[in-house]
Design a protein around this ligand. Sequence first.
Ligand code: ADP
Ligand code: MG
Ligand code: ZN
Length: 621
Amino acid sequence: MRPVRLPRCMPKRIRIAMRCSLLLLVALVAATANAEPAPSSATEAPIRPVAISQALDRLASGRADSATLVGPTGDLELHVRAGDEHLIAQLTPELTDDVVAAARRGDVPFTVERTRIDTTAGLGGPIEQPFSLSEWMQTWGPMILLAALVIVSAWALKAMGGARFKSRLKPVKSVTRFADVAGIDEIRDDVAEIADVLSNPAPYERLGAQLPKGVILHGPPGTGKTLLARAVAGEAGVPFFSVSGSEFVEVYAGLGSRRIRALFAAARKAAPAVVYIDEIDAVGGRRTGHAANGEREQTLDQLLTEMDGFRNDPSRPVVVLASTNRLEELDPALVRSGRFDRKIAVGLPDRAARREILDVHLRGRPVAVGADPVEVAAMTAGLAGADLAALCNEAAFEAAREGRDDIDLAHFRRALMRLAAGPERRSRVMSEEERRLVAYHEMGHALVGHMAPTCDPVERVTVIPQGQALGVTISLPTEDRFLATRTECMERMTMMLAGRAAEELVFGEFTSGAADDLNRASALARRMAGELAMAMGSTDESLMVGLPARSGERAAEEVERAAQDLVRRAFRDATRLLTEHRHLLEAGAHRLLEAEALEREELGELFGPRPGMERLAPLGA
Ligand code: ADP
Ligand code: MG
Ligand code: ZN
């Protein structure tokens, strides 16, 4: 089994910053909560200024606990404390004798304090309190914390983007080899050549053969473009810089173009090297001149400047590989000669290529003798390399769940279902009534799929909730098809609508469960009526409706009407097929309710042989 790859951890700096912000937040809350009840220091009585005569009276009559004379020279203060009273009186040095006498008379403990040097303080007012950190904190603390919080979180945010990007400027050593990329025979030479020039430029240099600066890998997602770029760097043994186009599209103005500059500077320094820009459409989309896109376009301009600016020193080449799913959306300036002028199409793998990709991902996984990758390849038409990688992993899980120690075909099948529709959720309870409806609905799909000759064979039908659906019918192709005939499109649509047709036929009622079927069917119908010019009627007529180049409201209306027509026709066909084979529909639904799930073999037994048909036979032959 392969090790499970864990997501990369957040950079340490960011984690620290986040923790800081959290702490600050807690402190802030605590401080504000504390600040509410004023600092009523219960032991400190409020100071009350009184006349010296009054203070002396208190002392002489003994109505005081203590007396303190504060001040070495000049202005003096007399502090008299009695219970929770604190009196203060100003006096002159001549009066000190009187104070002493009064204290003696009243028998009040008397002290002299010589601490106050500042003679102006206290004049006419209460004595200044000594500096208290806690009080100071209560006044200013919340504000300081708030400011710190703002600064730290701004820093953390920046660090998050910045740290991640900085790490991009450090090239990695790619360990991927061409052997890890399967099914690329058609483009192998192109990419191998790039790797060759990078690792051994001398012979090319002698002949004056310049390496292209930029190469665009384009094709559907998951077809191995990133993998291929890694493999080029890995085979050539040169540093690999990998960034994503979206990393240049930032909120901070000017950051994107600065990053581009930094990236190219780093690559030049490390040359020979490979720079890989994933999803370049994020920056390389068509320029519009709109202010809203200003930032992105500034970044794109910088990229163009860098591409133009760097003269490849033939002995130390830098190649920029970029990938996109949408080649046609790139700015024309980007694909002009001298920039990304070489394009390599990375398409969906055909059956042979899928087989090779499966082999790569089954390396080191125990596969049962009966599970032939050829068969798995056959039932995975339309899947990309990434899907196949996921399928192998999921199949391994299926085997592990069963406690088996090798993977067989059934595990692949189940994994495929799971990937197609999400995990089955047997725990979700349906009422008996709804289960019955779902069973007829799904059996409707399955029966029509079986009876319509061009439909892919039905692999599995369930009344087990899965993903959003309450039941699932899955058919898998047996061969790769690159063209769809009109009959195929129609029959596919008929099968899509057969669930609802069964509901109506059996219950005389519709449910909301068919919403997804209807959406898919009408999308297909619109495509048929519009761009494919497959509307019903004479050939002339369908052309009239469909011509893709036509636009405008009238044309759109016509297409819509023709699409509606196609949907109606398909629904009628579905109802006709189900009526014709009503007994099979009934039998199938009952079996399905008992078994919850029926596989291809059981369906074959139940429905009998499928009608055969030659798909593209010449007329009159
Ligand atoms: P893309 O960049 O085209 O979206 P990736 O290169 O990221 O696709 O592919 C994702 C994963 O799918 C790869 O890491 C690899 O495991 C698998 N994969 C895709 N294509 C292939 C292939 N041709 N051969 C082997 N594995 C592949
Ligand atoms: Mg990718
Ligand atoms: Zn359905």
